[in-house]
Design a protein around this ligand. Structure first.
Ligand SMILES: [Zn+2]
Length: 341
């Protein structure tokens, strides 16, 4: 599990908001290559790593997405502050006060903070509390001596520049991992863990297995194309959503029965549950009320294969996320069992 924690920590720290994921994809590509696994890239920039199976006529594909939430410069304000637009969906409160890095087209970076336009209680009084957290009332204060639009342009910052949210990575002694971007880097690292187990132990999976690292999940079309043709089963590994009314937790792997996109394949679900029981894993079965996955994207795009969704429980998703190493461990074990039993 040391391999997992160390690489997860590193991956979490590489900015990869949806639309600008190359550095993170490269990192994952390197890891697969180091394991001696053949990889290729799709035109859209996704990564496919493939391990040959006992059966080469049929293939299975496991996906995880490396793209995360983020923001983009929407408008340069006359006072030298920046309006931003969201990349992926989240509530503005969850980024209030967040430290950010802005990257210009030329590759220069600047730091700043996301705040409301009424941030000082000594200046705005009640307004600090009541101002609605929305795109119009949130702005970035850049850590540079700027007070006009021109000052900002002179820094090389422009509309469309990517804004990276501080990933806030903390690994505790008690085994918790906190970071903004566990969705879905905890899933991607699970895929690496599965691949490493197969390679280290010289195990051939039942079917040729593709690890599909998608880079546009947060905007809904990550796995919409370029899934290897012979795929007959597709398992998305993406975070589970614990919370009120949910069965998922931060220590188990969840097998998802249904999300907003509808039910996942029944037969596949039954098999995954059977495997989890056989392997004595901590597992849950859950339904996510506001959720879609790369599995849903693949089905909507018209693919004809069975789709399942499993993943580690991540508390406070698209907010201040946290999981426990045990949830990742259970996910990896279920993935291995699925490929080899
Ligand atoms: Zn996700």
């Amino acid at each position: 599990m040391e391999y997992i924690t160390k690489n997860l920590e590193e991956l979490l720290k590489i900015p990869s908001p949806t639309g600008n994921t190359e550095k993170a994809v490269l990192f994952v590509e390197e890891k697969f290559k180091k394991l001696g696994i053949v990889t290729k890239r799709t035109t859209k920039g996704a990564l496919i790593a493939t391990i040959e199976g006992k059966n080469k006529d049929k293939e299975v594909t496991l996906s995880g997405h490396v793209d995360t939430l983020g923001a983009m410069v929407k408008e340069i304000k006359g006072n030298g502050r920046l309006k931003i637009t969201q990349l992926g969906g989240y509530v503005w409160n969850t980024v209030e006060g967040e430290h950010v890095t802005i990257e210009t087209l030329g590759g220069k970076t600047y730091t700043g903070t996301i705040m409301t336009t009424k941030a000082s209680s000594h200046v705005h009084g009640e307004g600090t509390k009541t101002v609605e957290r929305n795109a119009d009332n949130m702005e970035i204060r850049i850590d540079e001596k700027v007070s006009s639009k021109e000052d900002i342009l002179n820094l090389g910052i422009n509309v469309g520049d990517f804004v990276y949210l501080d990933p806030r990575v903390v690994v505790t002694e008690s085994g918790f991992i906190k970071s903004r971007h566990l969705d879905d880097k905890a899933g991607v690292i699970s895929l690496l863990g599965i691949a490493k187990h197969l390679v280290d132990n010289n195990i051939k999976p039942n079917y040729t297995t593709n690890f599909f690292i998608s880079n546009y999940e947060e905007v809904g079309h990550g796995a919409a194309a370029t899934i290897p043709e012979k795929t007959f089963e597709f398992i998305a590994i993406d975070m589970a959503a614990p919370g009120e009314g949910q069965t998922s937790d931060e220590f188990s792997v969840t097998i998802c029965a249904k999300d907003s996109s509808g039910p996942y394949d029944y037969e596949l679900r039954k098999r995954l549950i059977g495997l989890a029981q056989e392997e004595n894993l901590n597992y849950k079965i859950d339904i996510y009320p506001y959720y879609g996955s790369d599995g849903s994207a693949a089905l909507r795009a018209g693919h004809d294969f069975k789709v399942g969704l499993i993943g580690p429980g991540v508390d406070a998703s698209h907010s201040f996320e946290r999981t426990h190493i045990e949830a990742i461990e259970n996910t990896i074990k279920l993935g291995i069992a699925y490929l080899t039993k």
